[in-house]
Design a binder for this molecule. Sequence first.
Ligand SMILES: [Zn+2]
Length: 354
Amino acid sequence: MARSLEWMHDDTALASYHRFAKGIAWQREWASDPDRLGEVSMTSDDDLKLMSQAIALSERCEPIDPDRHPKVGAVIAVGSTVIGRGYRGSGSPEDDKHAESVALESVPDRSHLPKATLYTTLEPCTQEVRSKPPECCTELIRQSQVKKVFIGILDPNQGVRGKGLWELQDKGIEVELFPPELAREIRVLNDRFIRAQQTLGIRFTSPKSGETIKTTGPREGVWEFRGDFINPPGEDVIAFTSQGNQWWPQPYSLRVTNLESKQWAVKMHFGGCGPHTIYIVRAGELGIDLVKYYRKVTHRMQQLKEKLKGHLKVQGKDEEEAFLKKLGGDYVGIEMSRLPKGLELQDAIDIVVE
Ligand SMILES: [Zn+2]
């Protein structure tokens, strides 16, 4: 949706926002003191123009991954005079600056900031998301002593939503939201980002699909897989390895290795070599119970195998291989042609195990 700054000169549209803003402010005044009339503070035409400018700036963003990186614009103004502006980077490691931070840096004379208002299309981030103070927007806003912040939309990620607003208010900064018509425009612009934030967004990052992994050596048959997420995986997120119709639920759930950079890892066990497909699934109630049961049975079988091995005095690699062959393999997989209901696919890769 292309949106130009021409809109700001459209008197009809402005007048409708004006009426809306006036309505809200009036109701608020009325609620606080029904006798006091005539002294109504309201979102001004200037505010609405500056909010629209922030939205227009956000349209310049070119996120490399629209599921993970939002389009955000920010404008800083004293009254109706713009003193700074910025928009979010593409999300690559070299270009991952947030709009508020870019806008604050662009202000030539920082002594004006205590009189200034910041208009940002997305709720500023907190230290939970960006723990380094020079990168955390609520912290930068506090340091800048900006007087007031207008927020376009709250963060669509449920784990983050509202924390930035709360943090700013906690630091004594006045906070208001853009009117719903403008918020709707921001939501349309960030449609993919908003939808992706409702999911776990779990992906493999290493190894890549098509790669060959060598599981020989001291940790024979074991390989650590890594990936990233949008929302942290819980106990219900499980890995499977498969070869053809044989599927092996893995003994451990995914573990979060870095909450800030949203990384997970899981060690997977391989009973044999050759091409494998690796699946990450989210298990429903039934799926979880089945996997728990399978893990219990496998554990029992391993114990029995060790006992039997001791009893038969199996020694050396050749004897062990012959023993396993007689036993019918190390781990018995589950035979199924595809993922059953109750196991919801998150991501899958094909690899070759050597
Ligand atoms: Zn930020």
